[in-house]
Design a protein around this ligand. Sequence first.
Ligand code: UDX
Length: 441
Amino acid sequence: MMKQITFIGTGYVGLVSGAGISDFGHKVVCADIDDKKIDALQNGEIPIYEPGLKEIVDRNVNAGRLSFTSDVDGAIQAAEVIFIAVGTPQSDNGEADLSAVKAVAKTIGRNLNGYKIVCTKSTVPIGTGEMVRSIIDGENTTENQFDYVSNPEFLREGSAVKDFLWPDRVVIGTETEKAFDILKDVYRPLYINETPMIHTNVKTAEMIKYASNAFLALKISYINEIANLCEAVDADVHIVAKTMGIDGRISPKFLHPGPGYGGSCFPKDTHALATIAEKEGSPLKTIEAAIVTNDSQKVRMVNKLRTLTGGFKGKTIAVLGLAFKPQTDDVRESASVTMLEFLTEEGANVNAYDPIAAENMKQKFPNVTYVPSWEEAVSNADGMVIMTEWNEFRGLNLDTLKSLMKTPTVLDTRNILSPTALKKAGFMFDNVGRPNGSKTL
Ligand code: UDX
């Protein structure tokens, strides 16, 4: 049955999920207090880069199922189901900043004009459900009831639309059958396709999200440490990881070594979970270690490049890739931020190239030179570092690269170039955990 649904917050999660749910046949209003964002969306502009998002938004706007508004009160009043999808950034003490969630809960409480489902999609600390419930109760002066649901979202940037439409599972944390049935109806096409629908209580659902993200972060930090050890003992981490992954208990996914994970989720969620655990007197030593490992992995890449180039002062360094992963323009917590910090601090002339993330990095590092192609970035460079595994870097021609650079020196933090080919072409190079790196020069 078609439902009237409101999403509050039009960031990655809100916009992708709102568009996705309208694609399931429901009538969705995406609301945000940011007038500018809403204006842009109403004009058909998508404020973030996400493959396939424009298509799904346009399709559903044209079908009359999806619209945008800055009238949050009105959008709440009109809805049967309200999704909270606002940001929960990391605050200074490591905890998630819940001010936006609290503000939305108040607004919902003031506009409760009938029975509604209030459903949180934002990643929030365990216990937030109770808090949201009591804020709404505190503001609600009517007899109208609501049920609360925790429905965490597992989508990845860069493949968010696909992840939303074809999820591995849908988690519905709620204490009432009525709310579960309504949510099942919201996700009806997935239910019919036999996507696992996990019905839990609210706190378990909140925990599932943190436990999942922290585990993936842990897995990456683990393979990064194994890669570092591989360097010390001359083993090849790619073969190690690939062979480990054949074991179904391990799986090959999220076992790629690199410069350290970034993005809007893993760094923030690991900190938040570690902080909660500490507070509860049940510390998560493994996750604390994963955080430390990740921070030092980012710096390790800087040290590798410094060793390769013999110091940064006065050198021209090409940085290829700025986004925290390919297919996104997001540079939050990207390992390239750490790289640029050290390079600029230590007096390098940096020529950076990213197919789409340069604009965002420019806001953080206005003094770096941003160029429109990798060829321009490497021209006359004393060293080059690959920070993001964009496809166009996978196929870069080593002869061209060598002829353009002043000194053929490459750090491949994503292990996308063949060490054998680099060696044959006469490069000084290093990577993460593969033989024929700098050790064997
Ligand atoms: C992640 C989760 O995957 C998603 O389920 C959750 O909802 C939000 O957080 P996202 O941050 O968009 O998604 O990207 P993801 O693809 O998970 O990558 C995160 C970081 O880990 C990137 O910096 C990536 O380069 C790094 N990574 C990932 C590795 O270094 N190695 C890997 O094997 C996988």
